[in-house]
Ligand binder design. Structure first.
Ligand code: DGL
Length: 260
């Protein structure tokens, strides 16, 4: 492992590509390996033991690839698996929730809302991480089990706009100063969310996350000094065609997706 080694990204599916897309805008020269665990998605309704098992398998894969760091783009893995895996690997680990908590809690806010998957909400990870830095902060987490499928255009039995509006109404009763979109897919619902609430209310953690990763890589002496555009390789545990199809809303993949 050295400064020229690749950086791994992983998620249950295509959602982590939203983080990769933000990452590419500020670090275009890093080599990237992306892993989408389509065989096991969705992660949002799985048990903690399952999420730890999936995450370890993916991190073992990245270890064999000789990465210098892994970005845990998936909120659910960061919430349920990070604590169990963090000391087991010789590369840097960047979990989205833990990496963003300090910056978010330092904003001038007293009440924070979080929309996330059922697994993330049940874990209480956002509340735990945010209140580490600001113990008086009031946090309300609401699970939105349909939102991933809404973004991917898969739900036929619910009215997407009604579902989004009703979750937002429930959240607004808490009078949040800000609302974290705590799942990789949710920033893509901003066009609907902002029909009912101002854009400034929402936090897309990806922006804060990639700034954090860049500054930590720099401090750790791990930023790739190359001036040329980095390589990208994509791997999935199942359904490469499905991955390519659904990736289009998040990222432009112009190469073969490998099945592992
Ligand atoms: N990408 C996952 C997250 O950020 C959500 C998708 C899933 O449930 O698999 O939590």
């Amino acid at each position: 492992m050295n400064i020229n080694s690749p950086i791994g990204f992983f998620d249950s599916g295509v959602g982590g590509l939203s983080v990769l897309s933000s990452f590419r805008k500020i670090l275009p020269n890093e080599d990237i390996i992306y892993y989408g665990d389509l065989k096991n998605l969705p992660y949002g309704d799985k048990s903690q033991a399952q999420i730890i098992g999936f995450s370890k398998k993916i991190l073992d894969f990245f270890e064999k690839k000789g990465v210098k760091a892994v970005v845990i783009a998936c909120n659910t893995s960061s919430a349920l698996a990070y604590e169990s895996v963090k000391d087991h690997y010789g590369f840097k680990l960047y979990p989205v929730i833990q990496s963003c908590a300090k910056v978010i809690s330092s904003m001038s806010v007293n009440r924070i809302g979080v929309f996330a998957t059922q697994g993330t909400v049940t874990s209480g990870a956002y509340t735990r991480e945010l209140t580490k830095y600001k113990p008086d902060l009031k946090v309300k987490e609401i699970a939105c089990p349909h939102w991933v499928s809404i973004v991917e255009g898969l739900n036929s039995d619910i009215n997407p706009e009604e579902d989004i509006k009703s979750k937002l109404e429930e959240m607004m009763e808490f009078s949040p100063d800000k609302i974290i979109l705590g799942c990789t897919h949710y920033p893509y619902l901003l066009p609907v969310l902002t029909k009912f609430a101002p854009k400034e209310l929402f936090i897309n953690p990806a922006d804060i996350f990639v700034d954090y990763i860049k500054s930590d890589l720099r401090v750790s002496g791990l930023l790739n000094p190359s001036a040329s555009e980095g390589n990208e390789n994509f791997y999935v545990s199942a359904n490469p065609e499905n991955f390519i199809e659904h990736s289009k809303i998040f990222y432009n993949i112009d190469k073969q997706v490998n099945l592992v």
